[in-house]
Design a protein. Sequence first.
Length: 300
Amino acid sequence: MEQNQTSTALTKQPTKKQEVILAITKVVNGGYIQNQLTSIMGKNAGSFTSSMIELFSQDSGLQECDPKAVVMEAMKAAALHLPLSKSLGRAYVLPFKNKGVATPTFVIGWRGLVDLAVRTGQYETINAICVYKGEMTGQDKLSGFVSLEGMKESNEILGYLGYFKLTTGFRKMVFMTVEQMAHYGKLYAPTLKFSKITEPELIKKAQEQAEHGPQAGAIGWFGDFNAMALKTVVRKVLSWGPMSIELQNAIANDEDIQDAEVIRNEDNAAPKQVITAAHMMQEAEAAEVNEEPQQEAAPI
């Protein structure tokens, strides 16, 4: 009996999930990727390696994607020195369907945009908030500034506000009502533009998520409408302030404005200052062929 149990344990095949996790672990720990991470992130390369593997192992949608493609999208976050932890809200790699094929896509969060702006050293304050019923007491039409001297009465969202103040003293504020945001999303966000969901339904979704949190199992505007709304006002207000090259690239490649397929085609067509996934994938495949086993970095 013991021999049979031992034999069964030895011949037991790994599950599909275990196989894909092993596959991405092999890619991440390959010499080429480790050299790139060390060059970009220095001593933080190890922790970023762990975060890539953790991200992949916890997301069933990403497990349907090509592991090499997931790593290359994750490397875009590394190039911007943004963490991939979902709880931090700086950067994400999300699975989208591209002609029926699960495709990983790098998406920057609104806090990631704020981080990139702060690095310029020219911002004294940057913030983005939801404005709730009772808080807003008026708006100056000339300056666009909103007065928030009232007290919050409920979790009903009136709108979204982005604000910054430069070290020079210059200030700018952008405010959009929840109705304006729903209309904006339907006009410009591909996931909403080609969806049957209506603007009133989007507003209802925003209110429900304000009460109960993001929608489980959904992503982007459907999964967390209010977070996407905050990123929209951050992007709009930052267009009035100084921007570094990396911030310009991050905003220009923001996935909720342009179709993911279009962006990937542009990335493949011309070199970017942000890491180009297609180019890195080609180099990684070439390096993998030429690598000797003993040269491969030890798992972290």
